[in-house]
Design a protein around this ligand. Structure first.
Ligand SMILES: Nc1ncnc2c1ncn2[C@@H]1O[C@H](COP(=O)(O)OP(=O)(O)OP(=O)(O)O)[C@@H](O)[C@H]1O
Ligand SMILES: Nc1nc2c(c(=O)[nH]1)N[C@H]1C(S)=C(S)[C@@H](COP(=O)(O)O)O[C@H]1N2
Length: 196
């Protein structure tokens, strides 16, 4: 059987303080660690650590999709209500299509962890053949929202369950997950045979 498809993934940490060196950035390492655990595909990461500036965030996302050729871009930070939190606006600036279900589900999952979940205005969009998803800045929120609480009662499905099929539908590579971390949902007609 052939090897899993290669993925190119953009990781963008949007933080005034981490990008200026006030504190160490923990966003990109947390994203890289979670994706490394969850995916069986070989991945090339494109990482960017930038301040909360709307034109710069939009230009970074455009570059990652149009020049670097990312299949998936995850951002962390800048989704709240503070004056400098503009990641959702910058993400919508570069969008071809909005994908509101991701934001709705992330806020629902996050409410299981923190009552302030509703303060995140995180969005997801399609640009070209790339899915761009905003995550909150708190590093622990990355695993919380991507993975959810699949074994809790009632379960809260992590949003990453829907990412592989979304990438299929926009013409991207076939993403394969470790079911111990996240079970990717695809309709039967879209599934490749499991690897032995
Ligand atoms: N990139 C990051 N690395 C490490 N910790 C972070 C990062 N971003 C946020 N945090 C943590 O999460 C908390 C809440 O984040 P907050 O909403 O204040 O940050 P932000 O708007 O995402 O980034 P900033 O205020 O630096 O521009 C911070 O006090 C910090 O402890
Ligand atoms: N899963 C999860 N979601 C979360 C949080 C969290 O700790 N875990 N923090 C919340 C808080 S306190 C804020 S202010 C918003 C926005 O955070 P940001 O501005 O760092 O993106 O995300 C919310 N969503």
């Amino acid at each position: 059987m052939s090897e899993p498809d290669h993925l190119r993934v953009g990781l963008v940490s949007v933080s005034d303080r981490a990008s200026s060196g006030t504190y160490e950035d923990k966003g990109i390492p947390a994203l890289r660690e979670w994706l490394g655990r969850a995916l069986r595909n070989p991945i090339t990461f494109e990482t960017r650590l930038i301040p909360d500036e709307r034109p710069l965030i939009a230009a970074t996302l455009t570059e990652l999709v149009d020049q670097a050729g990312c299949d998936l871009v995850l951002t962390t930070g800048g989704t709240g209500p503070a004056p400098r939190d503009v990641t959702p606006e910058a993400t919508m600036d570069v969008a071809d299509k909005l994908m509101p279900g991701f934001g709705e589900q992330m806020r629902a999952i996050s409410l299981r962890f923190v009552p302030t979940a509703i303060l995140s205005r995180q969005v997801a969009v399609i640009r070209g053949r790339c899915l761009i998803i905003n995550l909150p800045g708190q590093p622990k929120s990355i695993a919380e929202t991507l993975e959810g609480l699949p074994r809790a009662e009632p379960p809260a499905p992590g949003i990453f369950a829907a990412v592989p099929y979304c990438i299929d539908l926009i013409g991207g590579p076939y993403m394969e997950t470790d079911p111990e971390v996240i079970v990717a949902f695809r309709p039967k007609s879209a599934q490749r045979p499991p690897r032995g």
